[in-house]
Design a protein around this ligand. Structure first.
Ligand SMILES: *Cc1c(COP(=O)(O)O)cnc(C)c1O
Length: 494
């Protein structure tokens, strides 16, 4: 049976998962969902007995069933091979009485690799036969751009262009991007903020002139952002694999429910946990952990989603988000597929900035979802406590999760905190949390000092950047961005 998808806002047009992955977002602005979610389930006993690759093949086989078994097997082998620095892909480590799921062993040392090593391969297979080339265009505040570059570099038939706000990403983040190799990549800093870059990118997508010129050359533009089904689905795997690791370690018995605490921004990662549950994994609670931008905590507590608030810049920047796009998918599933109500709420969110769910739906959501938030001070305290008490070094995003989890009373289940970035990606903030004065130190000096202090080794993928050649020195004005994309297409697809 083929799994079909349609928009969260209308069930009229059904598409295959390949079509959904190529399109990214539905034409009406909704997100692709499937009414078959949960009809076919994984065999948990089998999951417990097999490796990451086998579970990834099972999950993709169910949710992306128009891909052949061979296509899926080759995507999985390519995505989770030597490019991860451990064969277990996402290893589990003890954190006191709880567990830490290390999602940062991919090429960019953050969890987005798990999805962005897979998405380009899924796209490449999906576009086979349609003759078009695909240029991915992304604006980044730091992490996503590099993960997209690593994912799409040298993938046949695709190219990737990344814009970052010059002077507003960390030294390490900038070097990660401007040293990126690959014949199909383009990177430029822009004079402006992340929001400026994002606005311009949306403008490029909407520009009919650009679209027509590219179409003539056989190229379509696409984005790699986290609402794509091809990013969501690969993330389901590690919830299952973490469960398997717990069984194998004897920490749980097959069938026991497990709680997962997830540092959240766009609600993508934690939604993947909900999908894992719908596929039959014994999930107890999904704990949504936010930073000071606690729009989700307030929503889960009150039933009102309200983005009308001051945006806070925190030390967990990848979670600095006020509109958690993937929540729309959960609303669809919570209402048993009521497109009309989902559309109404999303309309209210964009027009008024807020919407409120009825009590019975919130009660339903709270059966699975719990929440909490951590300020920057809480986050630093969690980094320090985790290091001093457990000798485990965590990054600020993970620390938001660890803080929220630490405050909750255990409900008697095993608990897993998702660890979303290597601490060395945020060396300065981690070092400061450990009480070291970092004024005047650059990214590498912080990395060295943190290594000296803790004895935890910095990943070569980050420390090696100091010797890497800068391949993409361009910094352009916002008005030059569309031209930059067209030039990149001409060069890459020549
Ligand atoms: C993107 C990101 C998150 C948030 O993930 P969502 O899927 O947006 O909830 C958390 N931590 C890190 C390090 C990230 O890069």
């Amino acid at each position: 049976m083929e799994t079909l998808y349609h928009s969260t806002r209308s069930a009229d047009e059904l598409v295959t998962s390949k079509q959904a992955i190529l399109a990214g977002i539905a034409p009406d602005g909704g997100l692709y969902v499937s009414d078959q979610l949960g009809q076919e389930r994984v065999d948990v006993a089998m999951v417990a007995a097999q490796d990451y690759h086998a579970t990834a093949r099972d999950v993709l086989g169910i949710l992306l069933s128009d891909y052949t078994a061979d296509e899926i097997a080759s995507c999985v082998a390519g995505a989770y091979g030597e490019n991860f620095d451990t064969p277990s892909v996402t290893p589990l480590a003890p954190l006191g009485a709880d567990w830490l799921l290390e999602l940062y062993h991919g090429p960019t040392c953050a969890f987005k690799d798990v999805a962005l090593q897979m998405l380009p391969r899924l796209m490449s297979v999906a576009r086979e036969g349609d003759g078009h080339t695909v240029m991915i265009v992304t604006a980044t505040s730091g992490d996503t751009g590099k993960a997209a570059l690593e994912g799409f570099a040298d993938v046949p038939g695709t190219g990737v262009t990344v814009f970052y706000p010059d002077g507003k990403v960390s030294d390490i983040q900038r070097l990660q991007m401007v040293t990126q190799s690959g014949a199909n990549v383009a990177v430029a800093g822009i004079r402006g903020t992340f929001d400026d870059a994002q606005t311009q990118v949306k403008g490029i997508f909407a520009d009919a002139g650009v679209g027509a010129r590219l179409a003539e050359a056989g190229t379509v533009l696409s984005s790699a952002n986290s609402i794509n089904v091809g990013r969501l689905v690969p993330q389901v795997t590690y919830y299952m694999d973490a469960y398997a690791q717990l069984v194998r370690r004897g920490a749980i018995t097959l069938g026991d429910a497990v709680d997962y605490c997830v540092p959240t921004g766009n609600f993508g990662d934690v939604l993947a946990g909900y999908y894992a549950k719908r596929l039959g994994l014994p999930v107890g609670r999904l704990i949504v952990a936010s930073n000071t931008n606690k729009v989700l905590t307030d929503f889960i507590e009150t039933g009102t989603y309200d983005r009308r608030r001051t945006f806070a810049k925190t030390i967990s920047p990848s979670m600095d988000i006020l509109v958690s796009s993937n929540l729309e998918r959960l609303l669809y599933h919570l209402t048993d597929g009521d497109c009309e109500r989902v559309s109404t709420w999303m309309g209210e969110l964009s027009e008024r900035g807020a919407y409120t769910l009825p009590t019975e739906l919130m009660d339903r959501m709270r059966e699975t979802f719990a929440c909490g938030f951590a300020t920057d001070d809480d986050t630093r305290a969690a980094i320090r406590r985790t290091w001093e008490d457990e000798r485990v070094l965590i990054d600020p995003h993970t620390a938001v999760g660890a803080c929220v989890l630490g405050r909750r009373a255990s409900e008697g289940r095993a608990r897993v905190c998702l660890s979303t970035a290597n601490p060395y990606k945020f060396s300065a903030d981690v070092l400061a949390a450990l009480g070291v004065e970092t004024g005047g130190m650059d990214g590498f000096a912080c990395m060295d000092a943190l290594q000296e202090l803790t004895g935890v080794e910095a990943p070569v993928r980050l420390s090696g950047l100091r010797r890497a050649a800068v391949l993409h020195p361009d910094v352009c004005d916002q008005s030059e961005m569309a031209g930059f994309v067209e030039a990149a297409c001409a060069r890459v697809f020549a």
